[in-house]
Design a protein around this ligand. Structure first.
Ligand SMILES: Nc1nc2c(ncn2[C@@H]2O[C@H](COP(=O)(O)OP(=O)(O)OP(=O)(O)O)[C@@H](O)[C@H]2O)c(=O)[nH]1
Ligand SMILES: [Mg+2]
Length: 222
């Protein structure tokens, strides 16, 4: 999929009549792919799930997810974004929309599409046209001052995920400080502390997503 083409997409707010698109952003290595895998495991019995991975130079994440066997191979599409990973999820989302289209055509009755961004910095965020909901994942090993630094992911994401809590003692991070800082940045919005490898916290995120999906579908019927 090249950068320049005339792909037209008319934006429609999610009303339960198409797959709900879930953007997953966060710095390099914070656990985005591991989260997609863990959430898919929890949600796949009830929902039909597709995944789009944005990688900067490779299709590594697509390969990892396919090898894991968590979803059928044709449910996973890799997008290679080139040097500017944030452009592909914010300014020029055409490559991602093509992948959305491809998944929607290939899989009848698709419910959810996870869109993993290429690992980026704290300033990255999804275009609201691309993502109906926005999950942002950081990890404790990046330091407990990260929540205080702010940015759209930390402040405005629908769910902020603070991953790798198992590493906190090894990197001398105080989780209570991080919890308090997140609370200050986000007012009433959800923050979940996780170890996505062991599954800690994953159910809470899955339940939030399921509720959001059902809620919007019911709203549309009214
Ligand atoms: N200890 C620990 N390691 C984790 C956890 N979650 C992910 N990891 C590990 O962290 C590394 C990076 O995880 P990924 O899921 O690849 O992170 P990512 O955000 O997708 O990385 P990029 O796509 O390269 O930006 C992997 O080696 C994971 O196994 C966790 O909760 N605890
Ligand atoms: Mg990844």
């Amino acid at each position: 999929m090249g950068h320049h083409h005339n792909f037209s997409w008319s934006y429609r707010k999610f009303k339960g009549d198409r797959p709900m698109r879930i953007g997953i952003g966060g710095p390099v290595g914070s656990g985005k792919t591991a989260l997609v895998r863990a959430l898919s495991e929890v949600l796949r019995d009830k929902y039909k799930i597709g995944v789009i991975t944005n990688d900067i130079y490779t299709k590594e994440d697509e390969q990892i997810l396919k090898k894991s066997g968590v979803l059928p191979s044709h449910h996973i599409i890799g997008v290679e974004t080139g040097g500017c990973p944030h452009t592909a999820i914010r300014e020029d989302v055409s490559m991602n929309f093509e992948a959305v289209e491809e998944l929607t055509e290939a899989i009848p009755d698709l419910h959810l599409i996870f869109i993993e961004s290429g690992g980026d910095n704290l300033a990255a965020a999804f275009s609201p046209e691309l993502a109906d909901v926005f999950l942002y994942i950081i990890d404790v090993a990046q330091g407990d001052d990260i929540p205080r630094k702010g940015g759209p992911g930390i402040k405005q994401s629908d769910v902020l995920i603070v991953n790798k809590v198992d590493l906190a003692p090894h990197v001398r991070v105080n989780l209570n400080t991080m919890k308090e800082d997140c609370r200050k940045q986000r007012e009433n919005k959800l923050t979940v502390f996780t170890n996505v490898l062991s599954g800690e916290g994953v159910t809470e995120i899955a339940e939030w997503l399921a509720k959001e999906y059902q809620g919007r579908r019911e709203e549309a019927k009214r």
